[in-house]
Design a protein around this ligand. Sequence first.
Ligand code: FES
Length: 231
Amino acid sequence: MDRRGFIETCTAGLSAAAHLPAWAGNARPRDYARTLLVTDKGEPLRASELKPQTNYLFHYPFEATPVFLLDLGRPVAAHALSTQDRNSYSWPGGVGNNRSVVAFSAICSHQLVYPTREVSFISFRKTRAHRGVQDGLIHCCAEHSQYDPARGAEVLSGPARQPLCAVLLAHDAKADTLTAYATLGGELFDEFFRKYEVKLSIDVGAKAKNAVAGPAVVRELDKYCRNAIQC
Ligand code: FES
């Protein structure tokens, strides 16, 4: 049995509440600044106050790199995945009191479509999209790549060749707050900054490539973006 097969076999035997360590594979977490998630009023975001199956957005680990924050409304377990370079990793599943809160880079792993203030072609769909294969997926309307956020943003269909990069969150059970601290999986930040260098310099300015320092503001996608495309 190869390494990936071994990990998948192990994962299948775990209960829904069990969690593999994030380093149980050869793609390791990449640590970034520990960043508290806050509301647009600057107050700590309470995980239990997230509306289930609603698109939220914050920027991490850089000022210009968007991340989807989702409460899937049900516990989600660890899942074994692989990048397009065949680096295996174990996404650790949901966090929060219900283990239902997840976060993924909102940069499509196909051709790097991402939400801007003007338009978003990629978002979570509570019910099946027009060309969707199931309810509750992240759908990119550009070429219809679809990702399952309950399985670490695994690719369900379309041309994408790897899952969305996961953003790892720590949940403080007492304060019910969320802190982003690392990514796990196939990062595409270098490609993203190369492809959108001019646009980002206009939209975000000189700080676009800066690592996030200080709290990250979480907003509903519909409040961040003027035109969230459905397809
Ligand atoms: S950029 Fe998302 S499917 Fe092509």
